[in-house]
Design a protein around this ligand. Structure first.
Ligand code: AMP
Ligand code: MG
Length: 470
């Protein structure tokens, strides 16, 4: 084997009730669909020239030297309902490389699979590859995609579909739900080890549960504010899909909005709109309150801890709003924000809502005439808004246009294009997959060759529902 991954296996040194040793299952005929060489370089992986070997390793067919594959235990609140045992049902962590987790997703059932087959089909694998890499290119913390491999096996969903494995890379796969699992089983010792492990990997400056909580809250406030600024709807913000590192994790029914509406929901199972675009700031605070609750056993004086943790959680909405203002002000070219800028932002969003305007193109058009007008100018309030904005821009010391080009993407991975890419891939054609991947490496650059990706869906193309990636 020429491939070398400099594995460390730190998670397996934690109490063994936190995971199960689990090897991935070999697949029949692995074929490499994509390999992320720049990311492999970051991970210190060498000898990546043999596509067949990469396909074997990143489908779980051949175990790379130094890997100790495990499935991780976690619990979580799903749509607000407590589920005491979740865990990696179809994923195994091979180990860490240069500090990052390398995990195979879709590599066969684990002890946490419940009734699932442990597999993934091609659609969600390609979707996650494109969307997570686009997220990274947009400058938003996220898990990454190292490889996508077709298994050569059919798996059964509502019809037989091609199977695939995604290799996911994360700063870690620790979730709010990992802490919840230990707190729920009153495993204070395990909880202490887990917190120390999480601090060592992500928050070395945090020495106490309160400092740790505060650090996670800060990262999550920054993350959700960034999602909002690109019109991203996570879709399934359960506590098991909420990463301690502050990275976006779990690209199930997620979507970037085309037409702006604060109440937008795509997920087929989110019937009450719990995870609607505009609810995300409240939900992340709720998730952080669950993390706080699970950290309480680590404090001797629980009354004092409740008070301190409550204070940290109560400060989160203000902090998120501060980040939100900063991002949206930057989208309007304002680097130094003032209190009155919030009105400028909310007025524009209100106009967008009423005009059913495309979120990405509306912002981009403000600075890039190559993107067509989205219907805002015909709104009664637009001229006044535009005059106020223009006046406000002149007060800036730096160039608003530059800032706007760096904060308003030219392209995002639009749902209808992802769906078209998946249909094409199922028929064996990967042209759109590669086109999307290449174009989304530079989402802020205006390029004539990527103009097709700026087009919102037609009525027939519009995706109204997304599904969990099973
Ligand atoms: P998710 O919706 O991706 O957050 O998944 C929720 C839980 O279901 C996690 O514990 C997953 O590991 C598990 N799961 C999802 N799909 C499968 C599958 N095909 N086989 C086994 N477990 C699965
Ligand atoms: Mg999940």
């Amino acid at each position: 084997m020429t491939l070398h991954i400099p594995f460390e296996n730190t998670y397996v040194k934690l109490p063994n009730r936190l995971f199960s040793l689990q090897k991935p299952y070999p697949v029949r005929d692995p074929k490499l669909l994509a390999f992320n060489q720049p990311l492999a370089d970051t991970l210190g992986i060498t000898g990546t020239n043999d596509a067949q070997e990469l396909a074997q390793v990143f489908s779980g067919t051949v175990l790379p030297e130094g890997a100790t594959p495990i499935a991780q235990l976690y619990a979580g609140h799903q749509f607000g309902n407590w589920n005491p045992q979740l865990g990696d049902g179809r994923a195994v962590l091979l180990g860490e490389s240069n500090g990052y987790d390398i995990q195979l997703k879709g590599s066969g059932p684990t002890p946490y699979a419940r009734r699932g087959d442990g597999r993934a089909w091609l659609g969600p694998v390609l979707r996650e590859y494109v969307v997570s890499e686009a997220m990274h290119a947009l400058g938003i913390p996220t898990t990454r995609a190292l490889a996508a491999v077709e298994t050569g096996e059919e798996i059964m969903r509502d019809r037989p579909l091609p199977g695939a494995v995604l290799t996911r890379v994360a700063a870690s796969h620790l979730r709010v739900g990992t802490f919840q699992a230990l707190a729920a089983s009153q495993d204070t010792e395990g909880l202490q080890s887990l917190m120390e492990y999480a601090c060592a990997r992500h928050y070395p400056e945090a020495g106490t549960p309160a400092a740790f909580l505060k650090a996670v809250v800060q990262r999550q406030a920054q993350l959700v504010a960034k999602w909002m600024s690109v019109g991203f709807i996570h879709g399934v913000m359960n506590t098991d899909n909420c990463a301690i590192s502050g990275e976006t994790i779990d690209y199930g029914p997620c979507a970037y909005m085309d037409t702006f509406h604060p109440g937008q929901v795509f997920s087929s199972i989110d019937r009450h709109g719990r995870y609607a675009y505009g609810n995300q700031p409240q939900i992340i605070a709720w998730n952080m309150a669950q993390l706080a609750t699970s950290l309480l056993p680590l404090e001797d004086n629980s009354d004092q801890a409740v008070e301190e943790f409550t204070h940290i959680i109560n400060e989160m909405p203000g902090s998120l709003r501060h980040h939100w203002q900063g991002h949206f002000a930057a989208k309007l070219g304002l680097s130094e924000t003032t209190a009155s800028d919030e009105a400028l932002i909310t007025q524009l969003l209100a106009i967008m809502t009423e005009q059913k305007a495309d979120f990405t193109n509306s912002f981009r058009h403000l600075t890039d005439a190559s993107v067509p007008e989205t219907g805002l100018t015909s709104h009664n309030d637009y001229a006044v808004w535009h005059a106020q904005w223009t006046a406000r821009k002149t007060e800036q010391s730096s160039d608003p246009e530059d800032l706007m080009c760096q904060t308003n993407p030219y392209i995002i991975p639009r749902n209808h294009q992802i769906e078209a890419m998946i249909s094409q891939a199922v028929s064996g054609d990967y042209t759109l997959f590669h086109h999307l991947n290449t174009a989304l490496e530079k989402p802020f650059d205006t390029m004539a060759g990527h103009a097709d990706l700026t087009t919102p869906p037609t009525a027939e193309e519009k995706v109204t529902q997304t599904f969990c990636g099973t």
